[in-house]
Design a protein. Structure first.
Length: 308
């Protein structure tokens, strides 16, 4: 008999609706970040921090993590380090793992081999710092290089630390030498729409969360809302923000409405008798509809537990 409760996989995957980038060298922005309602903060050591301030940023990020070690609820605290192919990545990790971040956002990933390598580094550093091994998760950005685009389906089973997959259009366009990643109408060109789809497919194939990339127009909340709603319809479970004002819009888009919850509950209840196909509101529904209804209820349950 179908259950009214989401199954274990559905509950596990619906975790974070919103990630907010916060420059690691800005005390003011670090302080503000925890009050805007994001499910997770990404303390940044990469693009938003100039090389001259990287040592300062590492120290500030460690201090921030250390002062929030007792965190029980949102926001989770993640750190974006520099790419593994650069000499900055290992010093980033060596400096901040003692603060026990919830996860590492790994940029410019070429393949799952980068995730495996980071997993090994974290094993050693967690052991050094007396942190439970495997507690720091990994979220790779898998479409920021041309090579990465060809390996998006290869992340299944690469590491138990793998939390999800996300993608990026800005670094990819720079890598390709493109003058823009938008067409004449302002929509993403085909290459970048393909990157988005490959990320979604790769995450689902790996059994982890698909996380949508940033919306770069920080003044246009209507655009953020459209992109967030489209991402959720497509199957993404969360989105990255680059400005605090984007967070409530993203959270709303990835939280089921009362009407969605009511309908999903009706669908699950209609299947409770054990039938494989049922009629509801003049429409025939089968197992994919039940699975989607359970997913909606899992998202709603996760939002409720976060106090949303």
């Amino acid at each position: 008999m179908p259950s009214l409760r989401p199954d274990a996989q559905e509950t596990r995957m619906i975790i974070q609706r919103s990630f907010l980038f916060v420059p690691g060298d800005s005390e003011r922005k670090l302080a503000k970040g925890e009050s805007v309602g994001a499910d997770a903060l990404i303390l940044d050591l990469e693009d938003s921090v100039p090389a001259s301030r990287l040592e300062i940023a590492r120290s500030m990020v460690l201090d921030y993590l250390a002062s929030h070690r007792a965190r029980e609820r949102a926001p989770q605290l993640w750190v974006r380090i520099n790419p593994l192919a650069t000499p900055r990545a290992l010093p980033d990790l060596a400096a901040i793992v003692a603060g026990a971040p919830d996860g590492i956002l790994l940029p410019k990933v070429a393949s799952s081999a980068d995730v495996v390598l980071l997993d090994h580094y974290l094993d050693a550093l967690e052991t050094r710092e007396g942190i439970a091994r495997g507690s720091i998760r990994i979220l790779p950005v898998i479409t920021e290089t041309a090579a990465g685009m060809f390996t998006t389906g290869g992340y299944a089973g690469c590491s138990p630390r793998l939390f999800g997959l996300t993608w990026g259009a800005e670094d990819l366009s720079a890598a390709l030498g493109a003058s823009t990643n938008r067409d004449e109408s302002g929509e993403l060109e085909f290459t970048y729409r393909m990157a988005r789809s490959l990320c979604l497919l790769g995450a689902v194939a790996a059994g982890v969360e698909p996380i949508d990339t940033t919306s770069t127009d920080i003044r246009n909340m209507d655009s953020v809302r459209r992109e967030s709603e489209a991402a959720r319809r497509a199957g993404f479970t969360g989105k990255i923000a680059i400005h605090p004002d984007q967070v409530p819009v993203i959270n709303e888009a990835f939280t089921p409405s009362a009407e969605e919850i009511t309908y999903a509950t009706r669908v699950v209840e209609a299947f409770a008798a054990g039938a494989g196909t049922i009629a509801l509101d003049g429409k025939m529904l089968d197992m994919p509809h039940l699975k989607q209804a359970r997913r909606v209820l899992a998202m709603a349950d996760a939002a409720r537990k976060r106090g949303a």
